[in-house]
Design a protein around this ligand. Structure first.
Ligand SMILES: C[S@@+](CC[C@H](N)C(=O)[O-])C[C@H]1O[C@@H](n2cnc3c(N)ncnc32)[C@H](O)[C@@H]1O
Length: 224
């Protein structure tokens, strides 16, 4: 093989393609309009700097739930309940979504939004440590959604498999960490934790995993 051939990038890699900037604007312009409560939450999150998944990722979450006919979702890290409402809207009348957050002020605000969105019946609210609460669960969920502090990601991974049904999904937000996963010498504990998490999830034999590069990166792991 000639040296030039050896270093030539694969033709199927999109090195010059980016979903930031105008392409990102285009993606968001394609999304259906949200109802009043979700739109208000998006505004509140922007004003108060609350890191919600936003509507593009939320659509993916709902689509994944539809594809596996999910009825039960356990969410780790729910904040004001934005992603929780998207789950609740898709699990159906008899479905159930577990909200967890360590901040009781978030939970109070979320409770108000759930009532106004008409989804309170489907949601169980838990204020406290999400990992501890997950570790107490005896049932197998259809979906476990992980959006807690990034340092906790490796620990979340250790808890998930026994609490997810076969054919269920373990979904994790922020796995590209604003691009910091590609740093040569990452120093931040959060980046190191995400790198450890991604590596272990990718090689976990009980899961078939891909990373969707939407927004900040969404890991979708199918339990075999
Ligand atoms: C990124 S926000 C969640 C956003 C939410 N999933 C959404 O998209 O609407 C992370 C939340 O997780 C909570 N959190 C972080 N670590 C936690 C833990 N160990 N137990 C419970 N809540 C936690 C924080 O209080 C914060 O509100």
């Amino acid at each position: 093989m000639s040296p030039t051939k050896k270093t030539a990038p694969p033709s199927w890699r999109h090195y010059n393609f980016t979903t930031a900037g105008p392409v990102d604007d285009y993606l968001y312009s394609m999304l259906p309009k949200r109802d009043d409560v979700l739109a208000e939450m998006e505004e509140y999150a922007t004003e108060h700097n609350i890191p919600i998944v936003g509507p593009a990722v939320a659509r993916v979450l709902q689509q994944l739930a539809l594809m596996i006919n999910a009825r039960t979702v356990f969410e780790l890290g729910s904040a004001i309940g934005y992603s929780t409402i998207w789950w609740a809207q898709i699990v159906g009348e008899n479905g159930r979504v577990t909200y967890t957050d360590g901040d009781s002020k978030n939970a109070e605000r979320a409770r108000g939004y759930f009532a106004r969105a008409g989804v309170s019946k489907q949601i169980t609210l838990h204020t406290g440590d999400a990992l501890e609460f997950l570790s107490e669960q005896k049932e197998e969920f259809d979906i476990i959604f992980n959006d807690v502090d990034k340092e906790d990601y490796p620990r979340v991974l250790r808890l998930v498999a026994p609490r997810l049904r076969k054919g269920g999904l373990f979904i994790t937000d922020n796995v590209l960490w604003s691009g910091r996963v590609a740093e040569k010498n990452p120093k931040e504990s959060s980046t190191k934790a995400i790198l450890e998490f991604n590596r272990k999830l990718a090689s976990a034999p009980e899961f078939y995993t891909t990373i969707l590069p939407i927004r900040d990166g969404l890991a979708v792991a199918y339990k075999k």
